[in-house]
Design a protein. Structure first.
Ligand SMILES: Nc1ncnc2c1ncn2[C@@H]1O[C@H](COP(=O)(O)OP(=O)(O)O)[C@@H](O)[C@H]1O
Ligand SMILES: [Mg+2]
Length: 284
């Protein structure tokens, strides 16, 4: 969930917990390894499977994952159904993920691999026709002209890595029909990154302030874009969309968005957008 990122950026209890390596070590139920202990979206591993809460859009997501399996895309978990406790069951992908993903895109090879993975995913899902009545976190419907089902939360934390090689994409809850550029802009916000130097050094694992213009070019090039014209505006527009979505979901009482907003996240999102606007020269 993109919330992972928003919350990590806020040095919340959750990120501190992750930083101390306490996830994955609690066994409340024999055989269950807790990977995410957030009350609203507990994720556990049982053997070679992962169990996650079911959402209204889970059937649509499973249809997408089955399509990816059918076309031979090897970087997504396979859906194995719903367990006796009503949780979705997915195959477990071995490797590093979550906060470990940040360090993987600091080097250019990892950044290129990350961008290429997104392109491969977009190409693999291009032939997907959602079942009639498909619904997504963003609403009902299928992709329009020039749209695919975007992952919706494509950040390094939702990729499983082995070294600087991505081996899987996880956390599909925010998949939704949109132009490919939505995933591109979202990913770039976090890996260009559209963050100030202090945050890059302190939280995002950069050894020195990043050359953002070059990183944006490297990403776009690896993804296969001919030009970077309009990309910065697209990232800012995506940041605005995100803030609107968090606001809307919080107003509907959805968690964890309601808690984030109560904790002041919207003001932080507004600050991030302002930083991006004021810092265009670092990217263009
Ligand atoms: N299919 C999977 N294979 C391996 N690990 C997974 C898988 N799904 C989830 N995880 C692990 O569980 C963590 C939380 O799951 P995720 O689906 O990303 O939910 P959220 O980001 O909302 O907490 C991930 O960071 C990852 O470490
Ligand atoms: Mg996640």
């Amino acid at each position: 969930m993109w919330g992972s990122l928003a919350v990590i950026g806020r040095r919340s209890a959750k990120s501190r917990c992750r930083g101390l390596g306490c996830l994955g070590s609690v066994n409340r139920v024999a055989g269950e390894e807790v990977m995410q202990d957030d009350a609203h979206r507990r994720v556990v591993r049982i053997g070679d499977t992962v169990r996650r809460p079911v959402q209204p859009w889970t059937p649509s997501v499973h249809a997408l994952l089955r399509h990816l399996e059918d076309v031979g895309f090897g970087y997504a978990p396979r859906p194995l159904g719903i367990d006796a406790e009503g949780r979705e069951v997915l195959t477990f992908i071995k490797g590093d993920s979550g906060t470990a993903g940040w360090a993987k895109v600091v080097g250019e090879q990892g950044l290129r691999n990350f961008a290429r993975l997104l392109r491969d995913y977009h190409d693999a899902c291009a032939g997907f026709s959602p079942p009639s009545g498909a619904t997504w976190s963003a609403g009902a419907g299928g992709p329009g002209d020039h749209e695919v089902v975007c992952h919706g939360d494509f950040g390094p934390w939702n990729v499983v890595w082995q070294g600087d090689q991505p081996v899987g994409i996880i956390d599909w809850d925010f998949a939704h029909p949109a132009p490919r550029l939505h995933d591109v802009a979202y990913a770039l916000e976090y890996v260009a990154p559209f963050r100030d130097d202090a945050e890059c050094l302190r939280w995002l694992r950069y050894p020195a302030p990043p050359d953002r213009r070059r990183r944006l070019e490297v990403f776009c090039n690896a993804y296969g874009l001919d030009a970077t014209v309009g990309i910065v505006s697209a990232v800012i527009a995506r940041q605005e969309d995100n803030a609107d979505l968090v606001h809307r979901l919080a107003e509907q009482g959805c968690e964890p968005q309601a808690t984030w907003v109560a904790d002041g996240l919207l003001a932080e999102l507004v600050d991030r957008i302002a930083w991006s606007r004021a810092s265009r020269h670092l990217f263009e």
